[in-house]
Design a protein around this ligand. Structure first.
Ligand SMILES: Nc1ncnc2c1ncn2[C@@H]1O[C@H](COP(=O)(O)OP(=O)(O)O)[C@@H](O)[C@H]1O
Ligand SMILES: [Mg+2]
Length: 286
């Protein structure tokens, strides 16, 4: 593995160039054989794609009890939820309301205590550790509050760590292009701002083309401006790659970018609302 910038067939990787390789098959990006010209692109800033009715996650009566000696913590007290392909969901709730617990169970990082959780036809609640590991590897991209990049590797190499072992990855430079870091491929984490490091983490999560992108407080360690750039990168992944996306936050202003907001309180979904016209992350204010 070298740190050199690989030449892309699209030339220097910019914000838009790599998309053709990542959203195939999309008719609008196919080359017309007669003219040899690319057909018109899909409009980039149309309103959020309508999520399909295909159910990606279904949870019923999901519970989680943590036992610490004699003390039981009821982190989830019966969660019923359905999440559809292509949705951008914000999971909103106070600290301790069970957001991370729910996301970790959906992402195959933790076991439920009761109820059921399914990813398509995979039953996550009866899966063993091995099956969950495989599920995570094949289907889930995670972004956490802390970026966990490898300091001795460049941005490109950090993403290549994933693309080298994935079954149908996108190119690492394309993944960095989509988060707006096509011009930072050879930078080491210490040479990147916090927001840029988090965008490398987003690129790393999506480079294997996961079905779902699960983000736990992705802007929790960032300031306002860089936080919005990270949210813009996540929203772009959802919009252009149609990756089903769940973003945890305790910041209610961020909920405006979601197609659907799930409010978690005391281990339950207290309410949910739909945004017919989600805000662009750039336009969020807090
Ligand atoms: N590994 C754990 N062991 C014991 N208690 C836990 C563990 N993880 C979370 N909890 C508890 O479960 C509750 C929900 O936690 P969490 O899902 O992390 O909430 P949130 O992400 O909304 O802040 C909290 O009361 C928390 O202290
Ligand atoms: Mg949490």
């Amino acid at each position: 593995m070298t740190g050199a910038v690989r030449e892309s067939k699209f030339g220097r990787v910019g914000l838009h160039a790599p998309l053709a390789k990542m959203v195939e098959p999309v008719a609008a990006l196919q080359v017309e054989p007669e003219s040899g010209r690319a057909a018109p692109r899909v409009p980039l800033h149309c309103a959020a794609m309508p999520a399909s009715a295909e159910r990606v996650f279904v949870a019923r009566g999901l519970t989680k009890v943590y036992r610490m000696g004699d003390v039981e913590v009821h982190a989830l007290r019966g969660v019923d939820v359905e999440i559809h392909a292509g949705e951008l969901i914000v999971l909103l709730g106070a600290s301790g309301s069970g957001k991370s617990t729910l996301l970790n169970i959906l992402g195959g990082l933790d076991f439920a205590s009761g109820g059921t959780a399914q990813f398509r036809d995979h039953d996550l609640t009866t899966a063993d550790e091995r099956a969950l590991t495989r599920y995570r590897r094949e289907h889930v991209g995670f972004v956490f509050q802390f970026y966990n990049l490898i300091p001795s590797l460049t941005a490109l190499e950090n993403v290549q760590l994933v693309t080298e072992i994935a079954e149908r990855p996108m190119r690492a430079d394309d993944a960095l292009g989509i988060v707006g870091l096509g011009n930072r491929l050879d930078h080491f984490p210490a040479q990147l701002s916090g927001g840029e490091q988090q965008r490398v983490a987003v690129a790393r999560a999506v480079a294997k083309r996961p079905d779902v992108l699960l983000c736990d407080e992705p802007t929790g360690a960032l300031d306002y401006t860089t936080g919005k750039l990270v949210l813009a990168a996540i929203e772009r992944v959802n919009r252009e790659l149609r990756t089903t996306t769940i973003v945890i936050t305790h910041n209610a202003s961020i909920a405006a970018m979601a197609q659907r907001v799930l409010h978690l309180a005391d281990g339950r979904i207290a309410s949910e609302e739909r945004n017919p016209t989600p805000a662009r992350p750039e336009d969020l204010r807090w």
